[in-house]
Design a protein around this ligand. Structure first.
Ligand code: ADP
Ligand code: MG
Length: 619
């Protein structure tokens, strides 16, 4: 009988080392709190801090602004608003082209470059980064309600010694001892739990952020990730897609790109970014800019397929870079065990498709791509600060402990035979849109289906309603040396906790009952597995069928009758399989339907691309 291993973090008191993703576009901070890694939100509820600093004029007794507040000043005082400072870290000179991306002159100094904000003010890249780090530190201190002095900070795998030292110095300037400089792809791999893969596993980390693209191939050996190869483009990212969409909108608005006033450019760029973000989830978005040209407002609908067509040539530039990294790693494509997507831009469906195509496998998208690096830094911080667990061998859990998850399945959090005291946590999310609460049923037993295990207690955890996969609820099980189980549920957005305490039941089970449960679980192992596979397959069908119907209704006329027939037949097969209760048949039918619709999706994108090229007069 095999038990499903939960991704768990058995880390003791780890509050004191924070993890930081100091990004070119965005930065995040978090820490392991009560057993699970958490990213902190600022006072406006955002976990993402734009890596932007605004420096008020000399003589103004104001502190620099960081993040969104600084971003807002960019339109007003561009010369005092610094973005993308990470590009300058640890560099002695930059090509003129790159220097032109900065809003103020870059001047050489003995130990590197200076951002010449005014005659009187010249800042080193470390100074600016330190200001961002200081803000992140403050966010963490507010969340944890204590002083923080230690951090793990991530950097791109290709950063050289000078760039790494500069990052470390920036941390020190912000009052932080930098315990470790961690490679971003390694951090991402940690966040995805890939350190639990077998020895010598190979992982590709595809990171498409705001202004940069990085591809890294890693190998896990002796418990650490080795970077086998990296490639990338420091001038390729979501910003390029924003510009492409903005220029498309300009055309739709009949505004001449060359002569348009800067405000018009700025307004449409803003609108483009908003549209792009929405179109990662919605099929259609209506751009609406009141009074774009003085008295006239502008409205225009953009579809996901249209955006995909605009983004395609940009995203396609990642292809040759990936091929180079694979070839440099001396691996065959088929040797890569896992592909993970990192960076906000990989939220776009077209990016996911291209990545899947390049690597010939579906990428793992189980983590928020723009949070993975930070989460990995947090986990590393947790590991570094975890006190060695010199636990006295007291007892073990006689049976597995876990909770019921969607579909009535048992999800084990503390496996049978775990030495106590013990602590483990896992993050869950909402399975359906609009859900506002999650019932946590605490279960004990070895059976695959929740209903066959024993219930020790239950409680509810509330969260803000949102789309599917929006909520982040941490559930932590801890058993103290006395065998008392405490189950804590936390909405990681609001930090609201619910706690359930169960006395001894988790440990004091009479031997006969334990034996009966274990022998039952062996007797029923086969049926149980079938039931689990069936339930998982059924959940997948329940998701697929309405999505396919919806797609057919919207774009059926773009497909040939043969294509439609294939998709319909595959959908019918799924419906038929649902009647049989045959898990294998249903799984196969789901897979066939997946394949059939893949073709439909590809056709859609092609068609949309053609249309867009025609409109531009290229075809
Ligand atoms: P970096 O690592 O470069 O600091 P991020 O990983 O935070 O940057 O990525 C920022 C980019 O992700 C921006 O171009 C932003 O527009 C894009 N992005 C964020 N959310 C979405 C979304 N929902 N859909 C598409 N792109 C997104
Ligand atoms: Mg990044």
């Amino acid at each position: 009988m095999s038990l499903r291993k939960p991704i768990h973090f058995t880390i003791s008191d780890t509050r004191d080392i924070i993890g930081i993703d100091l990004g070119t576009t965005n930065s995040l901070v978090g820490a392991v709190d009560a057993g699970f890694p958490i990213l902190f939100a600022d006072s406006s509820g955002s976990r993402i801090t734009p890596s932007v600093v605004y420096y008020p004029a000399e003589g103004e007794a104001r502190e620099p602004l960081v993040g969104s507040a600084a971003m807002r000043m960019r339109a007003v005082e561009p010369g005092r608003t610094i973005t993308s400072v990470k590009r300058l870290m640890g560099r002695r000179n930059v090509p003129a082209e790159e220097a032109a991306m900065f809003p103020c002159p870059l001047t050489p100094a003995a130990d590197g470059l200076r951002l010449q904000i005014s005659d009187a003010t010249a800042l080193s890249p470390e100074d600016v980064s330190a200001t961002i780090l200081g803000r992140l530190r403050a966010i963490a201190e507010e969340a944890l309600e204590k002083e923080i002095t230690r951090a793990v900070i991530t950097v791109p795998a290709y950063f050289n010694d000078a760039q790494r030292s500069a990052t470390k110095r920036a941390g020190e300037l912000a009052g932080l001892t930098v315990e470790r400089i961690l490679n971003e792809p390694t951090a991402a791999a940690l966040a995805y739990g890939l350190d639990k893969l077998g020895e010598h596993s190979k992982v590709a980390v595809y990171d498409l952020g705001g202004g940069t693209f990085d591809i890294s191939i890693l190998e896990l050996s002796d418990g650490v990730f080795q970077v086998l190869s990296t490639a990338g483009d420091t001038r390729l990212g979501g910003d390029d897609i924003d510009r492409a969409l903005a220029s498309y909108l300009l055309k739709q608005a009949n505004v001449d790109e060359q002569t348009a006033a800067p405000e018009i450019h700025a307004k449409l760029l803003d609108a483009a970014i908003r549209a792009k973000h929405s179109l990662s989830y919605a099929n259609e978005y209506t751009v609406n800019v009141p009074f774009l040209t003085g008295s006239e407002s502008f409205e225009c609908t953009v579809t996901q397929a249209q955006l995909a067509a605009l983004a395609m040539p940009i995203v396609d530039r990642t292809r040759s870079l990936c091929h180079r990294a694979i070839s440099d790693s001396k691996l065959e494509l088929t040797e890569i065990d896992r592909v993970v997507l990192v960076g906000g831009s990989t939220r776009m469906p077209v990016v996911r498709e291209i990545a899947a195509e390049i690597f010939g496998q579906e990428p793992d998208i189980s983590q928020n791509p723009d949070e993975a690096v930070a989460l990995g830094a947090v986990i590393q911080g947790g590991i570094l600060s975890g006190k060695t667990q010199n636990v006295i061998l007291l007892d073990v859990t006689p049976l597995s402990l876990g909770i019921e998850t969607f579909g009535g399945l048992m999800n084990i959090i503390l496996p049978r035979n775990t030495t106590i005291p013990a602590k483990a946590g896992e993050l869950f999310t909402n399975a359906v849109a609009g859900q506002e609460a999650m019932k946590i049923r605490v279960l004990q037993g070895e059976r695959e289906m929740a209903k066959d295990n024993w219930e020790l207690g239950q409680f509810e955890i509330q969260f803000e309603s949102g789309p599917k996969g929006h909520a982040r609820v941490g559930v932590e099980f801890s058993i103290d040396a006395n065998g008392i189980l405490t189950v804590l549920g936390r909405d990681t957005k609001t930090h609201k906790d619910e706690i359930l305490q169960i006395d001894h039941a988790a440990v004091d089970v009479n031997d006969e009952a334990v034996e009966a449960m274990i022998s039952e679980s062996i007797d029923y192992a086969f049926d149980d597995m079938n039931e689990r596979v069936w339930t998982e397959a059924k959940m997948k069908s329940d998701e697929l069928l309405p999505a396919v119907d919806n797609a057919l209704a919207q774009v059926g006329d773009l497909l040939t009758s043969e294509d439609i027939a294939t998709v319909r037949a595959a959908a019918e097969a799924v419906r038929a399989a649902l009647e049989t209760h045959d898990a294998r048949q249903l799984k196969e039918a789901n897979q066939n339907l997946d394949t059939a619709t893949e073709h439909m999706a590809a056709l859609l994108v092609e068609k949309a691309m053609e249309e867009s090229l025609k409109r531009k007069g290229i075809l």
